[in-house]
Design a protein around this ligand. Structure first.
Ligand SMILES: [Zn+2]
Length: 122
């Protein structure tokens, strides 16, 4: 079954509705790691490293920035990252729908042009 333009537009509306709010979205990589501090004589220098500490690694102009995440903020950060994943999938689906709509429009214009040419000659 070929997708009709109306069906594609309905699908697009459905996608837009499903997305909902992007408030809280975060793009980056969540990392947890153990670290050593600057204090001399601290046990962390003998293997008892601090942590795990959480960071959100974000990229700006090809530069990496590490943002410290407090323990209480971890759930919100995880939610924000999930939202980004949803948004990414949403953008892929929206692109597919819009590409199909472009192709359908092209086909419709070609059919229209053929019909008009046929009218002149026929
Ligand atoms: Zn230390």
């Amino acid at each position: 079954m070929k997708p009709t333009e109306a069906a594609m537009r309905r699908k697009r509306q459905g996608l837009l509705r499903k997305l909902g709010s992007l408030a809280g979205l975060l793009q980056g990589s969540y990392v947890e790691r153990f670290s050593v501090c600057a204090r001399k004589g601290c046990l962390c220098h003998q293997g008892k490293r601090h942590g795990p500490r959480s960071y959100l690694v974000v990229y700006r102009q090809k530069r990496q920035r590490q943002c410290y995440v407090r323990q209480a903020e971890r759930p919100a950060v995880r939610r924000g990252l999930r939202l980004h994943e949803q948004a990414r999938r949403f953008i892929e689906q929206l692109t597919d729908v819009n590409l199909r709509l472009l192709r359908l429009g092209r086909r419709a214009r070609q059919a229209e042009a053929l019909r008009r040419r046929g009218g002149h000659h026929g």
